[in-house]
Design a protein around this ligand. Sequence first.
Ligand SMILES: [Zn+2]
Length: 135
Amino acid sequence: MADFLDKMIVGINKGVSSVSEGSRAMVEKAKINTAISDAEKTKAQLAQQLGSLTHQAQQNGLELPENLLAVCGQITACNDRIAELKNRLSEMEAAKAAAQVPAPEAVPTVPVCPSCGTAGRPGGKFCAKCGTALQ
Ligand SMILES: [Zn+2]
């Protein structure tokens, strides 16, 4: 009986230790994956920087192999497109701003009775008080 219990405890301990080893391995894996994605982000940033610098150098007259030159041409095309689109946006903004200039509000003219001076209704033809024709 005691043997059986001992074995059970050993078994449980083994289970616990393999679980904690498993979670340690998981933590380790997560750390490694984070490090990989950090390195990949940095690499992407550096590749972008390299591309920009290469494009800049090409614009300044550096001669490049044809494959790099082709990509530089595409970057130039993108720059042109971006500039064109930004220009279109600012034109839209300008048009919107112009449209938003408040138009002078049409104030309804209130006819005043030439006879008694009473203000009539806008568009009214006769004075409500004395009946004189309004102009
Ligand atoms: Zn009147």
